[in-house]
Design a protein around this ligand. Structure first.
Ligand SMILES: [Zn+2]
Ligand SMILES: [Zn+2]
Length: 152
C-alpha cells in the first residue's frame, strides 16, 4: 500500500461512530464563521474534504444537527460530537471534522473561510483566506496547490 493510500481511523468522543478514510484529503480547511464558532464551542472549525468513496462510516447512525437543509451537519447520536458535513451542492464529497481523525496533527488547515467573523486572536496556518466561502471556481486551483504542498 503506497503512502497516498494510507488509511486513517477516526471516531466521535464516545467512540460509538467510527470513521475510516483512505488516502489524503482533497483540501483542509478552517472556518471562522459565527455558525462554526457556536457548533464547535470554539474559535473555528477544522475540516478535511474527502471523496465519498474513500470514507467508511460505521457504528451508530449519525443524526442531523446544525443546519437541516441542503447543508446537513452529522453528529454522533450519543455524545453529539459534530463529525462531518454533507451537501447536495458539494457532490459526492464528505467534509470530515479533522479533530475526529487520529492524524489531525497532519491536517493543518490550507485555507480558511469566514474570516470577516474571525475572532481577532484566532490564528491558523492557512495559506489562503476568504471573507466568507471560497468560491467554487477556486477549488481546482486550491486542491492542486494543497496536493503539491503535502508532497514529501
Ligand atoms: Zn459519540
Ligand atoms: Zn463555518
Amino acid at each position: 500500500m503506497s503512502e497516498t493510500e494510507a488509511t486513517h481511523n477516526g471516531a466521535c468522543r464516545c467512540g460509538q461512530v467510527q470513521l475510516k478514510v483512505r488516502g489524503k484529503p482533497l483540501i483542509t480547511m478552517a472556518c471562522h464563521c459565527s455558525g462554526c464558532q457556536k457548533m464547535t464551542s470554539s474559535a473555528f472549525s477544522l475540516s478535511a474534504l474527502y471523496p465519498l468513496d474513500v470514507v467508511d462510516i460505521s457504528g451508530l447512525e449519525p443524526v442531523i444537527g446544525g443546519m437541516h437543509g441542503e447543508m446537513r451537519h452529522h453528529f454522533c447520536p450519543h455524545c453529539l460530537s459534530w463529525m462531518f458535513t454533507r451537501a447536495e451542492m458539494m457532490g459526492p464529497l464528505v467534509n470530515i471534522r479533522s479533530s475526529m481523525l487520529d492524524n489531525v496533527a497532519e491536517l493543518a488547515p490550507f485555507i480558511e473561510t469566514g474570516t470577516r467573523e474571525k475572532l481577532e486572536w484566532a490564528q491558523t496556518s492557512a495559506v489562503h483566506s476568504y471573507a466568507m466561502f471560497a468560491p467554487k471556481e477556486d477549488f481546482p486551483m486550491l486542491m492542486q496547490a494543497y496536493a503539491q504542498s503535502i508532497i514529501g
